[in-house]
Design a protein around this ligand. Sequence first.
Ligand code: ADP
Ligand code: MG
Length: 677
Amino acid sequence: MLNSPVSALKGIGAARAKLLARLGVHTAQDLLYYFPRSYEDRSHTKTIFEAIEGETVCIKGTVFSSVTERRIHKGLSIYQLIVTDDTGSLTASWFNNRFVMNRFKKGEVYIFYGKITRIGGRKMMENPVFEPMSDNRQFTGRIVPIYPLTANLTQKALQTAIQTAIPFIGELAEPIPPDIIEKYKLSEIKFAIENIHFPRDFESYALARRRLVFEELCTLQLSLLYMKAQRKAQAGQAIKDFSYRSSFEKKLPYQLTGAQIRVLDEICRDLGCATPMNRLVQGDVGSGKTVIAAGAMYITIKNGFQAALMAPTEILAAQHYKNFVKMFGSDCNICLLTGAMRASEKARAADEIKSGNVQMIIGTHAIISQNIDYHNLALVVTDEQHRFGVNQRGAIAAKGNNAHVLVMSATPIPRTLALILYGDLDISIIDELPPGRKKVETFAVGENMRRRVFNFMRKNINEGRQVYIVCPLVEESESMDLKNASDFAEKLKKTVFPEFRIALLHGKQKQKEKEETMAQFSAGQIDILVSTTVIEVGVDVANANIMVIENAERFGLGQLHQLRGRVGRGGAQSYCILFNQSDSSLAEKRMKAICSSDDGFVISQQDLELRGPGDFFGTRQHGLPNLKIANLFTDMPMLEEARQAASEVINRDPTLELREHMLLKAKIAELMEAALL
Ligand code: ADP
Ligand code: MG
């Protein structure tokens, strides 16, 4: 009866079921899979004499008095009880908890768990957890799970609900095949579930957790490999004629770097196959990913197919469109399609896409929306992929006749992580920057440097350069003292740089306005662009050589690195100046990390370490389901093992048809469904 609704369990009524539903818990099985966020070790009991102030302990004591009620004032009552053992006495007290009144029998023994305080020489325990002394206690005398809660659901209620579901563990079937269990020394599912909730000891807990983390990572990995295998099994459209590659390279004003050539080789090899490409290109900011995309698209359209490029923002789409028209306008018809375009413009683009009159399509999400039909789409490139989800990759490929999919990511992440997060993709890495790039000099400064920074900007602008200033917010916020772009731009115009042309750019502006501003900045008609992170990804203005970031402490390291990548694109020495308004040592460490390295892979590793678990590399951000128990940071070594196990399974059974894989397959379906939410 694992699948019976929680309301069918003893002690869980409609009201509580409703609260549980808020946690995503609907069935007995869900309860079993609702894992604790931490534990309290209540397994050791001390005497009242031994328990010292400030300590959180279990006390075994006899109830000496009945509960007394003291009304302090309206709405505040204190309930107190005197407890004794052979070594002393203690006052237990509760605030506004009328229910304790009739929970005790004088003369009986109870266990109390709480923090010892002292008031006027008297030992106290405030709001202790308690239960009668017996052999099978639930809340004391053991390691007790602490669960993430929701409003109106108490810890005790949830602990009790889960306890009620524990007998159902007997029905759990083992989803991991026996050989994998044995090879990776995993505990079995029944043991793992029981001990993740109510561990016998910390050793059992570690065994239980290890197994559940393994299961989670392995299932995630397996689902990605399964998707990959499925896509590989489909018939795509092979590109035949690669002679256009050299005509493409001749169009470029520079030579491709060795890394770019290698990656383009890999892409061409994929394009030439009758199975669809699913490839990720990872490369640091400025490594020249766009040109690789352009090359692949050019070859594709010269072979008579359509090719599309999807960007994460309207600004970026517009910028790519402009560049592509410049590069390929004489070779083919190119159209722009974004959500912000007028309906009539969109309709026209849709017609031309359908008829095959345009060969290159550049835009935002709009290019994969339902009402867009392609004539013969064979390649889709998504730029800055971390903004798109896994499931969208499927939708993208489905747009064409199993189109080739190329994903460009500017968020360098450590290799192990990439293998997990992009397990459904083949990976190419551009590990070399175009020649002649000067390192962007980076400084973290405080407010006391404000004047010097302004003077420095003035000097550079007078020499014909342009400057970006990035602020964390658009508008004033009441709660925080953060620079907001609107006010800051206004202030700079009025009081600091009246002689310069200053413009404002942020996400809340109309598309047209944003485009115009970017075009003006590109054309050198704006000296200082004050913006929010809308310019974070991909924007390319070679003449800009200073990037100032306000409240830099508010940004992730990866984000700072991205922002910094907006400068240093031309020949001039470039600078990135980080105003750090925080005096925390963590902020300082993070500033140091970004100032001392210009390698995105190194920075992402440091970000991971400094931010610690769970933050930056949230799987959600990568379009994957949230992890329930695994932690991509601390569980990194297990990630390797899980990946290996998943490959073993998929290699022997690519379609997961074997009986022993039935449950795993069901789990994958569940996971994919969650990812689609
Ligand atoms: P990103 O990888 O961050 O998307 P871009 O594709 O925007 O980088 O390229 C950054 C800049 O480098 C562009 O101005 C591009 O024209 C230039 N570029 C790309 N490849 C080369 C190369 N091999 N040699 C010189 N410049 C290059
Ligand atoms: Mg780019």
